[in-house]
Write a protein of this length. Structure first.
Length: 323
């Protein structure tokens, strides 16, 4: 028999009680089986571990040496078990959230969640084009051109995209602008691979042109400053990118309906932790309201249909009834 954790635990108990029968009772095994284990250990180590004095036994010098290392080994085993349990507990508290659609409102929204559930640990996976990376996360916030509703994805809300110009633009007096009239202008866009970039490119293609990209940024504040400086124009989400519109002119698009849907999806290959479920439900229940209350209040909006969390925006200058 090779020495293992079980035999070491048996040896430790015998050394503690100095009595084979009492140790066997404490370990809930037969006394002959315990005696065989001790003899096997002595044979493997080629030492004598106990001396007999009447019905009691005592450790030999070699027995004391083995006990010293046994205590260390079994103590390390206890530490290992505790650390593994702590790791499991930590995994239950940790939520991996991929943010595939940029919005300056998301950090503030997540802070409100943390205020209600301070024990939750949020691990944020930043926006990128690595879909394989995002698939390893618990939850993913992303945008799409169409409404999505399946067993692992919900569309949270829909928002229009508006064209943003510097204040001196000749379009400023118009109620709306046609996208196909802007084919010769310089565009400021998110970097390639970003979902908003693909969305804007799709609408430009529908209008009959490929946008001439002069600058790239996924930061609404930076994009707004670039536009203000007269470096280009941008087609941006009307509500979540309201910072890009400050000190600039934002106009609705008149020749086609430009919008994006913001969605949340969750992994289906394994069970979500309680913390991940709490965050998912918190986002579904509160995110659109948070956007409404904290974004540019110039744009009123309404929910539809009943029971579905979608947000629709009335354009800066209203042309038609809201969709």
């Amino acid at each position: 028999m090779k020495i293992n954790f079980t035999s070491l635990m048996y040896f430790q108990k015998v050394a503690e009680l100095e009595h084979l029968t009492k140790a066997a009772e404490a370990l809930h095994i037969a006394q002959p089986a315990l005696s065989r284990t001790i003899r096997s250990m002595e044979e493997e180590l080629d030492v004598s571990l106990f001396t007999h004095q009447g019905r009691n036994i005592h450790l030999t010098r070699d027995g004391h040496i083995l006990l010293k290392y046994t205590n260390k080994i079994l103590g390390s085993l206890d530490d290992l078990r505790q650390e593994l349990q702590d790791s499991r507990d930590l995994q239950q508290l940790t939520v991996k959230l991929a943010i595939m659609s940029s919005s300056r409102l998301i950090p503030a929204f997540l802070m409100k969640f943390k205020e209600e559930y301070p024990e939750t640990i949020l691990e944020i996976v930043p926006q990128n084009s690595d879909s394989a990376n995002a698939s390893k996360t618990d939850l993913t916030l992303f945008s799409s051109l169409k409404h999505i509703d399946n067993d692992h994805t919900i569309t949270l809300f829909r928002e229009n995209l508006v064209m943003v110009f510097p204040t001196g633009t000749p379009y400023a007096h118009l109620p709306y602008v046609n996208l196909h009239d802007l084919s010769d202008m310089d565009f400021i866009m998110p970097p390639k691979g970003f979902l908003l970039r693909k969305t804007v490119e799709a609408y430009c293609k529908k209008a009959g042109f490929t946008p001439k990209v002069i600058l790239e940024s996924d930061n609404p504040d930076t994009v707004g400053e670039f536009i203000r400086a007269g470096l280009g124009i941008a087609l941006v989400p009307q509500m979540t990118w309201h910072n890009a519109q400050i000190h600039n002119v934002a106009l609705p698009v008149g020749d086609q309906e430009c919008h994006r849907d913001l969605n949340i999806s969750w992994k289906t290959d394994s069970k979500l932790s309680l913390s991940a479920v709490l965050l998912r439900e918190y986002i579904v229940d509160h995110f659109w309201e948070f956007v409404r209350d904290n974004a540019n209040k110039t744009f009123p909006m309404q929910k539809r249909p009943p029971g579905r969390l979608e947000v629709f925006f009335i354009a800066l200058t209203r042309m038609t009834d809201p969709i």
